[in-house]
Design a protein around this ligand. Structure first.
Ligand code: NDP
Length: 476
């Protein structure tokens, strides 16, 4: 039984999460303990007690712990990557890649501990000096989704600890294994008791207890727009800062002048890799008329060569959908698309493999419009639609006509259009001749409109959320 970490002790919970493999639901990965409401409150209290000492801890102590964690994650990348793929269903290569990414994030923030700085500036008043410094916020509540079981926890936990905050961490119920492993690694790396607490369990129980606690000083959340709204409302109630990363309906434009092979590579990666379960996935392929038919034909040809199968098998390109609920959502949207009048050009059917798993062949719609529900609502599966447009201007207007604004991509050989698109795409991240998904860890990550709220995550911009600025005046 994998337990929760509260005040430095591994504690049994009230109930058990059975962590199942979506490639083979007969495969029980492990039993993970669900924290109760009382245990969640104890975790918050432990983080509060640990805060004053950790806030004043030596930057070298923090640096060493984060660096040691980075090293251990990297040295165990194959084992942890396999666990990740087994519990989430992304391919082994994707699972190992995500694990390496988590190591890089801890390594980056280990370095940031040593680069903490403020400024001293002259006052407008003679004889007065002004210091501008950053201080930790306090107890940070972290709630993460299932689609990046190790990278998203890493990019929230690492900066929280780096800047001197203490943490209460609730991973998604579907993927407790990777979360437990990184908490175990950080605990053994030497974190003092109470600095990092793990409370596994349901959002409606553990998550809600965190949201309604007056002792959680900041909440960082990634997940659905609906839950994000609850995080926001509860945080305003408690006068606490919050940061939300939510859905996307990311456009990928293909212009007549695009290199077809670059466009197809980027579109297939954006739409279907990681089984389309990425907030940065592209589900709207906006294609100008002159290249439309060639692009669709090339997409169908490429998609026919994609192997859907067990995430752990080396020849698999697309792993299973994460669970029955998400599979139902994907199939419902495929039916909605057909009923709305879009044409299913490829895939969308269940696939039988040797094991009971949630296998769905990636689906491509054509003749879609931007007003259809499949073009406006986040499906979060391997389902993409091609929307035909006349020219670049219509493509840009269509790309921006969405409630979301996370990532936005274009395939073009035109410097003029690439430059114009970088400036005018209404999204937090813009990609030229690259997939909409796949970002670096040392630069800001985040979106606009309904996709994100609050300061950016990752890179040195993470300090905006995980620290408070203080301005101190003194006479010389
Ligand atoms: P949720 O928003 O429900 O879950 C994200 C996290 O929030 C999980 O840890 C979840 O816990 C927790 N949570 C759920 N309800 C509450 C609550 N009332 N209070 C506090 N915490 C809560 O997303 P799902 O995982 O259910 O996915 C649903 C949809 O959200 C997807 O189909 C997709 O459209 C979108 N999504 C977007 C992601 C993104 O990165 N943009 C990531 C994941 C999902 P638990 O699940 O353990 O109960």
């Amino acid at each position: 039984m994998f337990k929760n970490l509260i005040a430095g002790e591994w504690i049994n919970g009230s109930d058990v999460i059975r962590n199942l493999n979506p490639s083979d639901t007969n495969d029980l990965i492990g039993e993970y303990s669900r924290a109760s409401v009382d245990q969640t409150k104890q975790a918050i209290a432990a983080a509060k007690t640990a805060f004053p000492r950790w806030a004043r801890s030596s930057i070298l102590e923090r640096h060493a712990i984060l660096r040691n964690a980075a090293n251990e994650i990297l040295s165990r990348k194959d084992e942890l990557g396999r666990l990740l793929s087994r519990e989430e269903g992304k391919t082994l290569a994707e699972g190992v890649g995500e694990t390496v990414r988590a190591s890089q994030i801890f390594d980056f923030f280990a370095g940031e501990c040593l680069r903490l700085a403020g400024e001293t500036v002259p006052s407008t008043r003679p004889g007065v000096s002004v210091d501008v410094t950053r201080e930790p916020v306090g107890v940070v509540g972290i709630i993460t989704p299932w689609n990046f079981p190790i990278a998203i926890p890493a990019w929230k936990i690492a900066p929280a600890l780096c800047y001197g905050n203490t943490v209460v961490f609730k991973p998604a119920e579907l993927v407790p294994g990777s979360a437990w492993s990184i908490v175990d690694i950080l605990h053994r790396a030497g974190l003092p008791e109470g600095v990092l607490n793990l409370v596994m369990g349901k959002g409606s129980v553990v998550g809600q207890t965190m949201l309604t606690s007056a002792d959680v000083n900041a909440m960082t959340f990634t997940g659905s727009t609906a839950t994000g709204k609850q995080v926001a409302l509860a945080s305003i109630e408690h006068n606490r800062r919050f940061q939300l990363e939510m859905g996307g309906k990311n456009p990928f434009i293909v212009l007549d002048d695009a290199d077809l092979s670059i466009a197809v590579d980027a579109a297939v990666n954006s739409a279907f890799f990681s089984t389309g379960q990425r907030c940065t996935a592209s589900s709207r392929l906006i294609v100008t008329a002159g290249i439309h038919d060639r692009f669709v034909a090339a997409m169908v040809e490429r998609m026919s060569s994609l192997m859907v199968g067990d995430a752990l098998k080396p020849d698999t390109h697309i792993g299973p959908v994460v669970d029955q609920g998400q599979l139902k959502q994907d199939i419902d949207y495929i039916n909605i698309g057909k009923n709305e009048g879009a044409k299913l050009a490829f895939g969308g059917e269940l696939v039988e493999r040797g094991t009971p798993g949630f296998y769905l062949r990636p689906a491509l719609f054509t003749e879609a419009t931007n007003q259809m529900r499949i073009s406006r609502e986040e499906i979060f599966g391997p389902v993409a639609s091609v929307i035909r447009v006349k020219d670049y201007d219509e493509a840009l207007a269509t790309a921006n006509d969405t409630p979301f604004g996370l990532s936005s991509g274009i395939a073009t050989t035109s410097l003029k259009y690439a430059t114009h698109f970088k400036r005018n795409a209404e999204a937090g991240m813009v990609m030229v001749n690259l997939p909409t998904a796949g970002v670096d860890f040392h630069v800001p990550f985040g979106g606009r409109k309904a996709s994100s709220f609050g300061p950016r995550e990752q890179g040195k911009y993470a300090a905006e959320f995980f620290t408070m600025v203080k301005t101190a005046y003194a006479t010389a």
